[in-house]
Design a protein around this ligand. Structure first.
Ligand code: EPU
Length: 345
């Protein structure tokens, strides 16, 4: 590696621009990873200094409650390309630091549809598999082929197939046994040539009707509708700090659901293939009267109760206090424990 390619370390590094809540915290040390070869060197430096390390993408799924007393590895590796094609599909690869939404736009520009339902999701390509990003009737798991990563303990590169990533609803190997063990460096997707519109999600269908293109929407129409729905409902982190949905939608047993629905006929629910039932956490929170309410500058978004926002100057501890107050009310009324989606540090 040439000296100009060597990783550069910054001390007392401000993280405000690197977490979408906009919390004003700092890292003891930070280092931008632009090339895979820089990672082992940075990891060794952390070991030598006896510092814990944190791999950070767009910071869209993290709640910092204090300064990070360790080394932050900012994954800014760039590059996207078509890596293969057969009769049935295109295969595209993107480096971990690519912005997810820009990547979706690029696939559509290449004439390779499939990811349009996942437009405008904040964050990077490398972070996407960790929580198996999903929206409007599509999860990333449907298109993942494999990913490249570096094992943090050994600094060795590995390739993990989609099966090995064990993607589930807002869940993966990287949130379970693989937690804090890998830095994802590149992700490969399969985009089938036999494209079919995925337009069944209620909000999306409504928007397509409003745009007059509901009969036979193409990928571009779906993309535009997803962007419009998200802009109408979800706050832009650049304007109002947030981490998307703060809680996962809870999945409960069928018996529990039947009992609950007798008491709460308006319950918004989605039956699951295994017989269990997923509930809309936003509805549960809304019913508890939390939509638009705040504890100081930590608030519940006015248009989507599942999204917690930083109205300006809130910190992670205050956000977690708000989250706990919401959890308590939801548990008291519905007997359900809401699980946070972002990682709390
Ligand atoms: N609802 C309310 N009040 C609210 C919010 C929602 O009554 O304040 C009801 C809605 O009326 C609707 C139902 O709850 O009937 C579901 O709401 P929505 O369609 O907004 O979706 P969600 O279940 O709240 C999930 C994802 C979002 C994703 C949307 C669209 C999770 C945790 N969240 O939200 O993902 O964009 O579906 O597919 O699964 C994210 O993960 O950060 C995220 C934004």
């Amino acid at each position: 590696m040439s000296p100009s390619n060597a990783p550069r370390f910054s001390a007392d590094y401000p993280l405000r621009a690197h977490n979408t809540f906009g919390f004003d915290v700092r890292a003891r040390l930070a280092c931008e990873i632009q090339h895979e070869a820089q990672l082992p060197i940075a990891l060794q430096a952390a070991v030598a200094a006896g510092l814990p390390r944190l791999v950070l993408g767009g910071g869209s799924n993290v709640v910092f409650t204090r300064d990070f007393e360790g080394l932050v590895l900012r994954m800014t590796l760039r590059g996207r390309r078509v890596v293969g094609e057969d009769d049935h599909a295109w295969y595209v690869e993107a480096a971990a630091g690519e912005n997810w939404h820009q990547f979706v736009c690029w696939t559509l520009e290449q004439g390779m549809p499939g990811l349009e339902n996942l437009a405008l999701i904040p964050g990077t390509v490398g972070a996407a598999p960790i929580q198996n990003i999903g929206a409007y009737g599509l999860e990333m798991s449907e298109h993942l082929v494999s990913l490249r990563a570096l094992e943090l303990s050994s600094g060795e590169p590995v390739v993990l197939t989609a099966a090995a990533c064990r993607l589930g609803y807002r869940d993966s190997f990287f949130k379970q046994e693989g937690r804090n063990r890998f830095a994802i460096t590149a992700v490969t997707f399969r985009l089938p040539k036999a494209w079919a519109a995925r337009a069944g999600y209620a909000d999306l269908e409504r928007e397509l009707v409003a745009q007059g293109g509901a009969a036979r929407p193409d990928a571009q129409a779906i993309f535009a509708a997803v962007v419009a729905v998200r802009r109408a409902k979800l706050p832009d982190p650049e304007v109002l700090g947030n981490a998307g949905s703060f809680f996962k939608n809870p999945v409960i047993e069928a018996e529990h659901f039947t009992l609950l629905r007798e008491r709460e006929p308006g319950l918004v629910s989605y039956p699951q293939p295994d017989g269990r039932v997923k509930l809309a956490a936003g509805w549960l929170i809304d019913q508890c009267g939390w939509k638009g309410r705040a504890l100081g500058a930590a608030a519940v978004h006015e248009r989507q109760a599942l999204v917690l926002v930083n109205r300006g100057g809130a910190n992670g501890t205050q956000m977690l206090a708000l989250a706990r107050a919401i959890q308590n009310d939801v548990t008291e009324r519905f007997g359900i424990v809401l699980e946070p989606e972002p990682v709390c540090l």
